[in-house]
Design a binder for this molecule. Structure first.
Ligand SMILES: C[S@@+](CC[C@H](N)C(=O)[O-])C[C@H]1O[C@@H](n2cnc3c(N)ncnc32)[C@H](O)[C@@H]1O
Length: 275
């Protein structure tokens, strides 16, 4: 790895306010969190008792999406923005189980992610982690370490999993995504999981818990989520609820939306290809 972390807590880490990465870790039952994060996780559980199942569902979508990108689409380079703290099966593990040479760059704005990522990846030459902010897309796509790690002449899979809901409408998430995709070559893919708003109380409960504890986290109308993929071709089955989303098996029989329990209607996933 390029840089060794010797300082603890890492610069910029504030343990008096909850952070998304650590609250998510607490919801998933992880240990990389502080009291303030566990209290926030409890708020989630009060609003939506299946909060942990929702987080686990998001992780299953992440793994399925990575498997499609690497095996189905043959994309051997992944840029995982808002990657969070290491947990269960991580992006590089899912990718490198299929293609040991797959290259993965993790990006997060939370300094604790860098610390934990560097420790986890100390012996992994094909995966790295960088601190950067989606609100500054060129700070990611022009980042010297990312530029030297990924080949921008070959397709890249851009992943924005479980985080676009944290970008306020006023920051124009579609523009930020377009600016991230702009320097990526034809054949690159965009993989997003997002929170739909179809008027369901469980969707609003999840969003309310997130805004209350972390200050942001909005469910959005489905057509607004579709616009994140502007100008790109959605891969079957398109944008769908995670329990119905199996990109490597587009013909697989899936439950009707009405059959899904409310908490399984809180998250959707999609992958699109850049022509
Ligand atoms: C809920 S976690 C999701 C982690 C992982 N992608 C997943 O889906 O399992 C959201 C992550 O996005 C990060 N994040 C939020 N806003 C960000 C931004 N503007 N730029 C980079 N990372 C951001 C948070 O620090 C957190 O680690």
């Amino acid at each position: 790895m390029a840089e060794e972390i010797t300082e603890w807590p890492p610069p910029g880490l504030d343990t008096t306010v909850p952070s998304t990465a650590r609250v998510y870790d607490a919801i998933l039952g992880g240990r990389d969190n502080f009291k303030v994060d566990r209290e926030a996780a409890e708020v989630f559980s009060r609003h939506i008792p299946q909060a942990r199942e929702c987080a686990e569902d998001n992780r299953t979508a992440l793994v399925r999406g990575v498997e499609y990108l690497v095996r189905g689409a043959g994309v051997g380079q992944l840029l995982d923005v808002g990657c969070g703290l290491p947990t269960g099966k991580n992006t590089h593990e899912a990718a490198q189980d299929i293609d040991p040479g797959a290259r993965v760059v993790y990006v997060d704005k939370d300094p604790m992610v860098l610390t934990h990522g560097r420790a986890l990846l100390a012996d992994n030459d094909t995966t790295t982690v960088v601190t950067a902010d989606l609100l500054d897309p060129e700070g990611i796509t022009d980042h010297p370490e990312i530029r030297s790690f990924l080949d921008f002449d070959r397709p890249i899979g851009l992943m924005i999993i479980g985080m676009i809901m944290q970008i306020p409408d006023g920051r124009r998430p579609d523009d930020l995504i377009a600016r991230l995709m702009e320097p990526l070559p034809s054949g690159s893919h965009l993989f997003i999981t997002a929170w739909p708003d179809t008027g369901e109380p469980a969707q609003h409960a999840l969003s309310k818990a997130c805004v209350e504890t972390l200050g942001s986290g909005w469910c959005r109308p489905v057509d607004q989520i579709e616009r994140h993929f502007n100008g790109m071709e959605l891969v079957p089955p398109g944008l769908d609820y995670i329990a119905r989303w199996f990109p490597e098996e587009p013909d697989r029989p899936v439950p009707e939306v009405e059959e899904l329990p409310p908490h399984q209607r809180t998250q959707m996933a999609a992958i699109a290809r850049k022509a």
